[in-house]
Design a protein around this ligand. Structure first.
Ligand code: PBG
Length: 331
């Protein structure tokens, strides 16, 4: 066998040992990249499991201190709060979203009191508050845009007053970012940031989240007239361009793993702070395989999150946040 013309370039040389692999690594996952979505419920001393999301619990406001303690100690920079609104206070127009004492606001005030340094992200959409489970108001069976935006502006200002640092509109109404920015500025919240769910798809992967919130059974029909068609990619760029022009400080792509191509294009085109949401269905899917012993828990969690960094994300909303933070510390 002659090696005369054998290539002198051997990519495997840079993979030969751990120190070389560390030196040539192009991306890194750090605790600074993690945002933890949490489910908050009414009552006292309540912790209930979400059946389709093993390891995830809904907790009452009085238990938040303890629930968040480890994540805060590990350095997780921010949490995203999702309230579980009892059906008695839901109505067709989501009135409860503007109540200064709603669950979301009480949770935000409590977190700011105990952990003033922890960033709070508030989801803005009406689905936790409507009795039909849609993100806006319904007229003649259609989720109407402009009237919904007015309610979303009120909801945003209400959250900012309670101490929410970053307003995250997940409703996909047209023009809501500009309207919310104006509403926040007029109310004096010029430094409250907006992380827009700019490219949010009408996805099957939100199923477990809707179970967690109890909005799954309520939801009539689907969200296809406002959330994006999974077939589209150029449209995501137009959505992001519009949200940035209207004043979004950060943009998000959602879901995450099935949409890494979208993340890549968004970051590449706009160079804006880019986030992804590794949603409930992605968590459920990974956990199901992990619990069956089909995937290695630690490696799978870290690899799934590193993929977001490689695709161009600045950070990721992930239900794995506290565990990933722990694993990163160990590394
Ligand atoms: C609400 C909202 C949803 C999610 C975040 N905000 C559900 C939906 O649009 O139906 C999903 C998050 C997840 O699945 O983890 N508008």
């Amino acid at each position: 066998m002659s090696y005369g013309s054998f290539p002198s370039t051997r990519p495997r040389r840079n993979r030969i040992d751990a120190f070389t692999r560390r030196l040539v690594a192009e991306t890194r996952l750090s605790v600074d990249d993690l945002i933890w979505p949490i489910f908050v419920c009414e009552g006292e001393n309540i912790r209930t499991r979400v059946a389709s999301m093993p390891g995830i619990e809904r907790v009452s406001v009085d238990l938040l201190d303890a629930h968040l303690a480890e994540a805060v100690a590990l350095g997780v920079p921010a949490v995203a709060i999702f309230p579980i609104t009892p059906s008695e206070v839901r109505d067709p127009v989501g009135t409860e979203s503007g109540n200064p004492n709603n669950l979301m606001c009480r949770a935000a005030r409590r977190i700011k009191e105990v952990y003033p340094e922890l960033g709070i992200i508030g989801d803005v959409a009406l689905d936790p508050y409507t009795d039909h489970g849609h993100d806006g108001l319904i007229e003649d069976g259609y989720v109407v845009n402009d009237a919904s935006v007015e309610v979303l502006v009120r909801q945003s200002v209400n959250q900012a007053r309670a101490g929410v640092d970053i307003i995250a509109p997940s409703d996909m109404m047209d023009g809501r970012i500009g309207a919310i920015r104006k509403g926040l500025d007029e109310a004096g919240f010029v430094n409250t940031r907006i992380m827009s769910y700019a490219a949010k798809y009408a996805s099957a992967f939100y199923g477990p989240f809707r179970d967690a919130l109890g909005s799954g059974d309520l939801l009539k029909g689907d969200k296809k007239t406002y959330q994006m068609d999974p077939a589209n990619s150029d449209e995501a760029l137009r959505e992001v361009a519009q949200d940035l022009a209207e004043g979004a400080d950060m943009v998000m792509v959602k879901p995450g793993m099935p949409y890494l191509d979208i993340i890549y294009r968004v970051r590449d085109r706009f160079s804006a702070p880019t986030f992804a949401y590794q949603v409930s269905g992605e968590y459920a899917m990974l956990m199901a395989a992990i619990q069956n012993g089909w995937l290695d828990r630690e490696r799978t969690i870290l690899e799934s999150l590193l993929a977001f960094k490689r695709a161009g994300c600045h950070g990721v909303l992930t239900y794995f946040a506290p565990e990933a933070a722990k694993l990163l510390r160990k590394q």
